[in-house]
Design a protein around this ligand. Sequence first.
Ligand code: SF4
Length: 369
Amino acid sequence: MSLGLYVHIPFCLQKCPYCDFFSVPYDSRASYSYADAVIRNAEYYKERFDTIYFGGGTPSAAWWDVCRIMGKLMFTDGAEITVEANPNTLTQESLLSLKNSGVNRLSIGVQSFSNGELRALGRTHTSEDATSSVKLALECGFKNISVDLMLGLSGQTPDSVRRSIKVLAGLGVHHVSAYMLKIEPKTPFASMNLKFPDENTTAQIYLAAAAEFEKHGFVQYEISNFAKEGCECRHNLKYWRSGEYLGIGTAAHSFYNSDGSSCPQRFFVMSDIREFVKSNIQNIIVTEKEEINFENYAMLKLRLSEGLTFAECEKFGLRKEAMMKRCKLVPPDYLKITDTGIAITREGFLVSNQIIRKLTTEPVVQTVE
Ligand code: SF4
């Protein structure tokens, strides 16, 4: 059985002004009791995982507790085990300890290799820090390293993003997640009246980045994810292919068969560290009980370059002809239609939300009897 585990570690050294993820300042005592609560929950669920992802927050800031948690988790041979890290939190000691605990993949929050862009983003590390961290991780024996890049940054251009990609390709990283900066309400960025590239320039930055990745041997497998052959993130693929995963920790989401019923449920845990630490077992809030539906399944699947097959649609009672009628509502350049299915093109990914809405929620015209 294939089951993923997401562990949320809600501690960061410093809050970034654009970030709305749930995190609080790192504190070693708080981190210790939080890790104890994660371990209690892992022992309660008694599962064996084939992917584990420590996200946050900045799990690498709490690396000692991540290693303690790792010591108590059960995982299969060959499991993919990822820890999110920030460049200024990685040392030889932390990297070797994580590796010895079983962690075999790092996701490093580089965001850009331009110091001007990093300053404008309010990051505390420099391009040189990021380069040293990636090199150190490689020297410590990590063979699967992902970096995060951000697109649409203040002062960013298609050329500057190409330069960042050349640097990371030269370093030999295996995977890149390149997300568009989104100004979230209630973050300091939202009230700072900053100047960002307009929509047209942001689209050019995205297309330039995707082409540059391709030039350096990265294959686009999702709207924002690019990988060298065989280095796609197996854990995140579970999310997009509606595979099962359990989330432990504050703000962690799950799609998991928690009560032995035949279908998995979607649930999450409140963003309340005190409550999580004092509860014997995490309190979950169920958001979706019913069987997986077509809208949710297709919405996730169409994010992938592999797209959605007609056979998958038929499982939900939707014939190929009905899907083809929906496809007519989308400009032809935005879709790749083959005998077996539908995928969104790179240009289409720029307006993926609108396309996915058309393909998943337009009235069903014909169903399988
Ligand atoms: S390090 Fe990551 S999680 Fe922490 S505040 Fe910055 S962006 Fe958010």
